[in-house]
Write a protein that binds this ligand. Structure first.
Ligand code: OAD
Length: 271
């Protein structure tokens, strides 16, 4: 399918009141200077051992080394605090306005940049959580607290920082509001059921800057294939999604960075 064809299909889908879902991953934030998950992200040292993010971001590791795991997250929160949304994030804000109620944004990113750019919380599904929030580790309640009320990303991390990271209700330990690798998706924190419903009603699926390796994104993609949904993948590299789309007659692969591809598509949809 050529690019003019896909723009015509997108315009027609909008006119027909079809539902557009944007599934985004770490690639969307790459142009804001945030390393992708599976890129050269480096290790984290505890004692004399090096750990991968996949080992750090687990309930098991937090239970054994809460301060060290918190320190790792706080260093990421400091980096995210300095980062600003890029053209891809801003294009998604404009897509939301253009598509009105026909829009859902399903994000695997925990950097908070989609809301910082201006997407509304009403159509936003942060399926892996959001590092701008913390919650009670023991779940004395489901309440989310803003990290900024406990920690300023500008400050140095000291022993006193950890003393402040206590649950306001039960005074027990808190945890970052993110899905760990040894945990399961649920509705109350990660909107699992809502996202499964969105996947079923999606008529146009954009997959943007993601390798599609986690189970819920994979399910959204599979549902779209089964429903013969129009799928557009935006990524400078091949992924398991694009490999499938090359063989799918209602799919389109755009080999480009999201910061340049998304504004162009939107502009052409509006003409
Ligand atoms: P990955 O790091 O696996 O993939 C990032 C993708 O972004 C790659 O396919 C890159 O080619 C692409 N990319 C890089 N720069 C880009 C750009 N400027 N524009 C568009 N694409 C670009 O990140 P995710 O797929 O998001 O889960 O990883 C998914 C999940 O894996 C994460 O949320 C995390 C991890 O397991 C949890 O923490 C539960």
């Amino acid at each position: 399918m050529s690019q003019p064809d896909v723009i015509a299909l997108l315009k027609k889908a909008k006119e027909n009141n079809n539902h557009f879902t944007f599934l985004v991953g770490a690639g969307l934030s790459a142009e804001s200077g945030i390393p992708t998950f599976r890129g050269e992200d480096g290790y984290w040292v505890i004692g004399s051992k090096n750990y991968h993010p996949q080992e750090m971001a687990t309930r098991q590791m937090f239970t054994k080394h809460p301060k060290e795991v918190w320190e790792w997250y706080l260093s990421r929160i400091k980096a995210y605090g300095k980062s600003i949304p890029n053209e891809g994030h801003y294009a998604l804000v404009e897509f939301e306005k253009h598509l009105q109620g026909q829009f859902s944004l399903v994000s695997q990113n925990v950097d908070g940049l989609n809301l910082k750019a201006g997407n509304s919380i009403d159509h936003f599904y942060p399926i892996h959580g959001d590092l701008t929030f913390i919650r009670c580790f023991n779940e004395c309640s489901d309440e989310l607290y803003k990290i900024r009320d406990f920690f300023n990303p500008e400050e140095e991390i000291t022993k006193e920082t950890f003393d402040r990271l206590v649950c306001p209700k039960c005074k027990g330990i808190t945890r970052p509001h993110v899905l760990w690798f040894d945990e399961a998706y649920d509705e109350k924190f990660y909107r699992l059921n809502s996202v499964l419903e969105i996947a079923e009603k999606t008529d146009v699926l954009f997959t943007i800057g993601t390798t599609g390796t986690t189970s819920l994104p994979h399910h959204i993609f599979q549902t779209a294939l089964q429903n013969r949904t129009l799928i557009i993948d935006i990524n400078p590299d091949d992924t398991i999604f694009s490999q499938v789309l090359y063989e799918y007659d209602n799919g389109f692969v755009i080999r480009e960075k999201s910061g340049s591809a998304l504004p162009k598509i939107l502009k052409r949809m509006k003409i």
